[in-house]
Ligand binder design. Sequence first.
Ligand code: ATP
Ligand code: CA
Ligand code: CA
Length: 432
Amino acid sequence: KVLVGTKVDENHANFTTAYNMLTGIRVSVSRTNAKLDRPLTDADFETKQKSTFDITGNELVPSAKYDFKFKDYAPWVFRHLRALFRLDPADYLMSLTGKYILSELGSPGKSGSFFYFSRDYKYIIKTIHHGEHKFLRKILKDYYNHVTDNPNTLLSQFYGLHRVKTPYGRKIHFVVMNNLFPPHRDIHTTFDLKGSSVGRDYKEEDLAKNPRATLKDLNWLRRKRHLELGLEKKHLFVQQLERDVRLMQKLGIMDYSLLIGIHDLRKGNEENLREKTLQVFNPGGDTTGDEPSQVLMRTPSKLESARKAKELRQMIKSERPVPVGETFNKMPDILEQTHTRGLFYSDDGGIRATHEDNQPAEEIYYLGVIDCLTHYGIVKKFEHFWKGLSNDRTQISARPPHEYGERFLSFMNGITMSPEEAERDARDREAA
Ligand code: ATP
Ligand code: CA
Ligand code: CA
């Protein structure tokens, strides 16, 4: 199966869905952000806000190209989360809906989720299963408290949880989240690590035809890779990861992974930045042959972006419904820094590799914990049982959340060690 990221324009099969998603986001986010800010209440975590769109519209909901229903979940909570993650409301709307075009990295992996990138590559829309949706709502308060208390959290940043439904159509649940990878730098190597070995190998011989595939645990080990963070950052990384994992263990989450994108400063960017072809990957999760795909990005002028952003800001202020279906010609500058919150996103959107002597190394890591909405439910129990029949039970990836977290942490702790350190560590453990 060859899977390529495609621009979702009017001719694309999923254009209507994408249009409805973006229209819903645009209207509901600007509506929530138009109000005076206030502290959250318990009820905010339960709120569902329904809007019905049609071609005529009314004073609350502007007219749209298609008939559909949109549900915005916990809009105030996500407004606060976006503020916490330092997103500017107008920029957020601009990035997602400035142009009604996304690129779809669409093909379902094992999970069947679809991925869309905003045109400026800052945001990812991921369709999720009803179970994941219900689960996120259930844990929203824990998540909110955790990210509030942990400014350096490595967990996926959720910016919105929504649902669209067309007449006679399916209900499509989706989240908006951060793209860990930057718009302005090539990612030369990508790893998706879980700390498990079963099924965690990308066939090295396939790399020739697919040089930027997402590699896995065994590829990392085979290459004798080492996450070089220097002493301080390494300590903070391990500590933060542990806090994040403790939360997931408590909430019964598993199957998450640490996604690492490596930009090699010696290689730099292959393309001219002003008219750049971005290399992106079919996500397809753990199952499919991640094919690289190309999405063409154009960089608009700063002035144009600023003007559009101002317009949106004014719309938000005036509480007047944002016109729907209007397309903005220009996008915000993709070179503009995403000031994502936290230590691990502070060096050009990532974290600079650092030698043990604290000298900077020639790489930037873009990393975070992704796919963290899988609750250890009945499905996983079955998977555990079946896989357990044929594999070493300690190595299968579907294990109860506590063990999953422990194995994950010990693997991630291991990869931050230099070979010498790892040897020392092994000796110490043997001695103990
Ligand atoms: P599965 O459940 O089969 O693992 P999934 O559909 O749940 O798949 P994820 O594991 O969330 O998908 O993501 C699959 C791939 O998509 C990742 O390995 C990564 O390449 C890319 N991806 C996912 N989330 C992000 C993100 N926030 N930033 C950048 N890339 C991402
Ligand atoms: Ca995954
Ligand atoms: Ca998944």
